[in-house]
Design a protein around this ligand. Sequence first.
Ligand code: HH2
Length: 308
Amino acid sequence: MIAGVTRPTGDTGTVARKAPGPRVLQGWRLPGGNVDLSTPVVMGVLNLTPDSFSDGGEIRSPAEALDRAHLLVEEGAGMLDVGGESTRPGARPVPIDVELHRVIPFVEAAARSLPVPLSVDTRHAAVARAALRAGAQVINDVSGLKHDPLMAEAVAGEGGALVLSHMRGSPVTMKGLAIYDDVVEEVVAELRESLSLALEARIPEDRIVVDPGIGFAKTGPQSLTLLRKLDALAALGRPILVGPSRKSFIGELTGLPPGDRLPGTLAACVLAFLKGARVFRVHDVAPLVQALSVTQAILGERDMREAT
Ligand code: HH2
């Protein structure tokens, strides 16, 4: 298994000795235990939406959602990220009761039967609170706590862990906000603001990971720059998550539709791993588990026996 959740050891936030290259934080503390980040964690995407940009409408029933969740875990996902609202460019907001209805019954069932932690991808405090109460351990807020002023308090109050992503505006407005003098410096500065919002709400620092928000208020070239200079995010002192899976920068480079962007996704994730990322939000779990496993073996971070 490439990813594992262990009991809390109190060693979160220490620096991995074996890992070469950029400084890498070794742990992410979830309510149910410490996620060991000395090896990469693949977070499988499970969109319960009719309109997500690459897999919208694929899951048609709660039973299909659970089957897919189990399959992703069998493929090596160390965590799942469940979403009930698309955040693709131009996506219209979904009413809260619709998002709750899509996500919460699934979380209740999955938290009981799945051996890995559940993350819920939402920008809304009401959904976050209900999801954490239903058994989710992580809230993945692509707005970096900037969309719903009650979000930080909800995550803090329910004792959840948090993904802080960089974004500007909303899915409807973000395209027009992709204007930067220095995209890396500005993303780091704006993520620092998100981190401050979380810490002011008393979310413990060791429960937080940061994400540059590939494709969120970024042009294709800006997404490439962020991946090339991803190690700059280490200045924030938190583990790094990336989500380049099937995104439009790969489409701009190749002319291919989302379903044909797996090779580009793997290239982006492996490079991000070498630049210090430790959590990878992807639709295609098994291929990335293999790619990261081989990368680690080449780097001498695992031997042949471990890798099989
Ligand atoms: N990307 C998407 C959604 N959530 N969360 C994080 N932390 N980072 C990301 O890069 C990220 C994310 C977009 O992908 P997807 O869920 O496949 O599409 P949609 O928003 O259309 O549902």
